[in-house]
Design a protein around this ligand. Structure first.
Ligand SMILES: Cc1cc2nc3c(=O)[nH]c(=O)nc-3n(C[C@H](O)[C@H](O)[C@H](O)COP(=O)(O)O)c2cc1C
Length: 185
């Protein structure tokens, strides 16, 4: 028997996907929690996994944390164009989102919510991507001044549902007020 998510129109699929994305910020087992975040540098895409920290349904925005001494931080300052890729093997949804990513100011609010162990992820010495002799030749340090909060704002969203006998795909755009349409998978 096929597991069918029963989305009879694009907006139902859209709402279903956003509910799953929102849940991922609190459900540590959600596949949507670890997101492939792609940026562009000198015409090459560069992807890495990042932990999804918050989802804002109204803004269609996402929050991520990083170290301000990481490569991606420099890249984002030069080019905000980016995309997110999500795959949930349980609901069998792929979500691809194009948008812009920005560094935001209110990092203290987020920093205070992090456990001490997590704060140690921001402030390594030497800085990320430095060549080292041994794999352990660095120390983890908690440094608030290195802690950066990134906000991704969505422009368009492509959702592919492969949970049914027949795949369903829908495309949504911010400039169309997120009214979507079915497209050929
Ligand atoms: C499961 C997982 C979660 C990760 N979460 C983050 C994260 O939230 N923020 C971050 O900056 N890097 C995170 N990383 C590390 C990045 O994928 C990447 O290796 C590192 O940040 C260097 O990327 P860059 O050179 O593009 O800056 C995570 C890696 C994995 C495997």
């Amino acid at each position: 028997m096929f597991k069918d998510n029963f989305h009879s129109n694009p907006s139902q699929l859209f709402d279903f996907a956003w509910d799953k994305l929102k849940l991922a910020t609190t459900d540590y087992k959600s596949n949507f929690r670890n997101v492939a975040v792609s940026t562009v540098m000198k015409n090459f895409p560069s992807s890495r996994i990042m932990v999804l920290r918050e989802v804002n349904l109204e803004e269609k925005s996402f929050i991520f944390f990083t170290d301000s001494k990481s490569n991606k931080y420099d890249v984002i300052i030069k080019n905000s164009h980016s995309s997110l890729l999500f795959w949930d093997s349980k609901s069998k949804l792929q979500i691809r989102i194009n948008g812009n990513i920005y560094i935001i100011d209110d990092s203290k609010k987020w920093w205070n919510k992090l456990k001490e162990k997590s704060q140690m992820q921001y402030g390594s010495l030497p800085i990320p991507s430095t060549q080292i002799k041994e794999s352990s030749s660095f120390e983890l340090k908690s440094s608030f001044s290195r802690f950066a909060v990134l906000k991704f704002l969505s422009i368009d969203i492509d959702i592919l549902d492969v949970s049914n006998k027949y795949n369903k795909r829908a495309f949504f755009e911010s400039e169309n007020n997120w009214v979507g349409s079915w497209v050929v998978p």
